[in-house]
Design a protein around this ligand. Structure first.
Ligand SMILES: Nc1ncnc2c1ncn2[C@@H]1O[C@H](COP(=O)(O)OP(=O)(O)OP(=O)(O)O)[C@@H](O)[C@H]1O
Length: 469
């Protein structure tokens, strides 16, 4: 057993058959080309099956009848060139075929209760019209395929909240994306011809530095995500003065495509974003890094002090597109929460003025200090640079901000007097407008910032802290 995974032998010697397993994960077995029938002996208790990192290319016809309660199926890094027929899997909600070299997704193969579809890093040229028969579809990861259009039937998927189209072949995006989905708010499309041509018109902000890797001493790991490793480092800005170093954070990109998009597009979006008091500041780009062809370089950022904590935890299999919060995240005073949210909304306004969509405006991408009423937005992995054609993208992101307001309201304590109650009511009303189902009627970020500043009143204008009694 390894990382709660079983090897083929444990499966084949029959010892698991009567154990009522709900989850079965096979250790990576590249030699496996035929679906092991013994999995059927695990029977109706099985809800989660992970046969990733094998050479499977098809599923037996008995699959759905013998595993009727399967909810989650992972077949990433396998050899499926065609999406198998899962239409008669009655309870299947999450399906992952990441990196399979898949070239075909036939009509009527998707399971009816599908909620979360992962097809990142394949070669799929088109989606079936029958995708419209999946009304629960909420999260759809299609980065790194050959898509250039989407079927209009997708608009029947009214629960669609997160859509990744990065690194495909879109020269324009279907207009219905910007009006037809009441919940769509986490959207990425960097690395498409439409995004690349928009990017050509931009100039990088003045003042960004080229920072040679040898001037950085990596000290420890601060965080690790899908797209890169973030380390604490000391930077020696001047080669002539080895006594002077500055603490910084360095993000070195991993080489591959993530479910959000490509590292080179993240790098471009983050550099183009420039500085803002509620964005993690970027000092420059790492140069002279020669550690294998897999690396896509990196960025040097201002080090955010450890008094700043992540505002939430990323979604899990259950919550799908909603961040999670524990007691540790709670205890915000409402006025501080409004100040922090005002900064984040203003950062989003700044990004959209530069025609950058963040694409992942989640609490788990905000580092915040409760005491200071201040937060900084990071992680541009789903960042997309857009042109006039895609103007509607701002109103999608406003809905993500609406969800963030809702999340933060859940972190605010009770009983804060009349002023506190008024602010909470104001936040709730703004949340509702931002998440409005008629996309065109949502406010833009400029208006959102104005409303939040209005809630703070004269306090919001004060930069010098109040003198305690
Ligand atoms: N400038 C910084 N200073 C201090 N800590 C940081 C800084 N930037 C990032 N971190 C830490 O690293 C974590 C991961 O950062 P980030 O979200 O950018 O990584 P990622 O690879 O893009 O993650 P994801 O899997 O969400 O895409 C953050 O949650 C934070 O704890």
């Amino acid at each position: 057993m390894n990382d709660d995974a079983y090897d083929l032998e444990a499966l084949q010697n029959g010892s698991l058959a009567s154990s009522n397993l709900t989850k079965f994960k096979l250790t990576p077995t590249p030699s496996l080309t035929v679906f092991p029938d013994e999995i059927f002996s695990l029977g109706p208790s099985l809800t989660h099956l992970d046969l990733s990192n094998t050479s499977l290319s098809s599923l037996p016809s008995r699959f759905s009848t013998h595993l009727p309660n399967l909810k989650i199926l992972f077949l990433s890094n396998c050899a499926f060139s065609t999406f198998p027929d899962l239409s008669s899997c009655p309870n299947l909600e999450m399906v992952a075929f990441r990196h399979n070299n898949m070239t075909s997704l036939p009509e009527n193969h998707l399971p009816p209760k599908l909620r979360w579809l992962i097809l990142t890093d394949n070669a799929i040229p088109s989606l079936p019209t029958s995708i419209g028969n999946c009304p629960n579809l909420e999260k759809c990861l299609l980065a790194g395929n050959n898509l250039s259009t989407l079927p209009s039937s997708l608009t029947s998927c009214q629960n669609l909240t997160l859509l990744r189209l990065s690194a495909n072949n879109f020269t324009t995006l279907p207009k219905f994306l910007f009006s037809a989905f009441p919940k769509l708010c986490y959207f990425s499309f960097g690395g498409n011809p439409c995004s690349v041509s928009s990017r050509a018109k931009h100039k990088l902000p003045f003042g960004l530095l080229d920072i040679p890797y040898p001037s950085l001493t990596i000290e420890s790991t601060l965080g690790q995500g899908a797209s890169g490793v973030i380390s604490l480092a000391s930077w020696q800005p001047s080669p002539d003065n080895s006594d002077y170093t500055e603490p910084v954070a360095v993000k070195m990109f991993k080489g591959h495509l993530t479910s959000d998009g490509r590292p080179e597009d993240e790098l471009e979006a983050v550099l183009l974003a420039g500085s803002h008091e509620s964005l993690i500041g970027v000092l420059g780009k790492v140069t002279e890094y020669h550690h294998g062809s897999d690396s896509k370089g990196g960025i040097v950022m201002q080090l955010i002090p450890d008094t700043y904590k992540v505002l939430g935890l990323p979604p899990d299999l259950e919550t799908c597109t909603r961040d999670r919060f524990t007691d540790e995240h709670k205890g915000w005073e409402v006025g501080k929460a409004v100040e922090m949210l005002t900064g984040i909304a203003s950062a989003a306004e700044h990004l959209h003025q530069k025609r950058i969509s963040h694409g992942d405006l989640y609490a788990h991408n905000v580092l915040a200090s409760r005491e200071d009423g201040h937060g900084v937005l990071g992680d541009f992995g789903a960042g997309s640079i857009y042109g006039e054609e895609e103007d509607g993208v701002e109103r999608l992101e406003v809905a993500a901000f609406g969800r963030l307001i809702g999340d933060v309201l859940g972190l605010v304590g009770d009983g804060e007097g009349e002023e506190g109650r008024t602010m909470k009511k104001g936040l709730e009303e703004l949340r509702e407008r931002c998440e409005g189902v008629v996309v065109e009627e949502r406010p833009d970020f400029e208006e959102v910032v104005e409303q939040l500043r209005g809630m703070l009143g004269w306090r919001g204008m004060m930069r010098i802290p109040e003198v305690p009694n």
